[in-house]
Design a protein. Structure first.
Length: 274
């Protein structure tokens, strides 16, 4: 299977277009604004390097397994996956699910390839990917973020499974699990556990405040408001807690002085520079 660098070819196309069209634009910004339409032209122009096919239609005749194989070969060649390729995979949807899941499950694949496959599984709303991503959160620091993103959208049916794992897992995994769970309000256990973590994990108050905001439960206003008076509260905590309270419909009357706090002073320096 021959792998083409679509990005590199587009850059050649743009260079030629700029040489031919420079006189038509008064400013570089105006030329830059035209690039999206130039990209569409590129996609729909027959290309010698594709034996006369257009880049936009090149992958239309590929079978699902061939598309995912091309994705893997692109990664192995250190070439970014062409947008027409990922668009075609997304278009075929669940027809590509088995091949994408196989890519994710293969631990010999590099993390960037597996992450791309997870993102595509999220895009096609794979009904089987959520359970697999729970295991990834526990096993892989590198893939945790994309696994959380997928579960936050597709993990509704995995709530019980995640709750059952909360107590017997690492701190970082527990945080990731709660990040997911707080996208699915309505379960009392999720609210109770998140409040408990907010009250007991003083080094992560800002993060847990943001989780409580996602839960959209007005009961959280009280513990959040009480936390504003804590003596060890730093500026970042204060901002996140205040934002959470306001998102939940509460009002913040506590106005504290954070002079000397590094984050506060850094923000002040930025404002002065402006």
């Amino acid at each position: 299977m021959k792998i083409y660098d679509f990005s590199e070819q587009f850059m050649h196309y743009v260079e030629k277009w700029m040489q031919e069209s420079a006189a038509d634009f008064k400013t570089p910004d105006a030329m830059e604004a035209a690039l999206p339409s130039v990209y569409l032209q590129f996609l729909n122009t027959e290309a010698d390097w594709l034996d006369g096919k257009t880049p936009g239609a090149y992958f239309q005749s590929f079978e699902p397994n061939e598309l995912v194989s091309y994705l893997c070969e692109s990664e192995n060649a250190d070439i970014s996956a062409p947008e027409p390729l990922t668009d075609r995979i997304a278009e075929l949807g669940l027809e590509c699910e088995d091949a994408l899941i196989a890519v994710v499950k293969n631990a010999d694949n590099c993390d960037s390839l597996r992450a791309t496959a997870i993102n595509l599984l999220r895009e096609i709303a794979s009904p089987r990917a959520a359970g697999m991503c729970i295991d990834l959160i526990e096993e892989s620091d590198e893939l945790r973020e994309v696994a959380v993103d997928l579960l936050s959208e597709l993990g509704q049916n995995e709530i019980e499974n995640i709750l059952n794992r909360l107590e017997n897992t690492s701190k970082s995994t527990k945080e990731a699990f709660l990040d997911v769970l707080c996208n699915f309000p309505g379960d009392e256990r999720i609210y109770t556990y998140t409040v408990q973590q907010f009250l007991t994990q003083s080094d992560k108050r800002a993060m847990y405040a943001s989780f409580l905001a996602k839960l959209n439960d007005e009961r959280a206003i009280e513990p959040l408001t009480k936390a504003l008076d804590l003596s060890d509260l730093d500026y970042i905590d204060y901002i996140e807690i205040r934002n959470a309270i306001e998102m939940l419909g509460g009002e913040v009357e506590c106005d504290r002085d954070f002079t000397g706090d590094p984050s506060y002073e850094a923000l002040g320096a930025l404002e002065t520079d402006k």
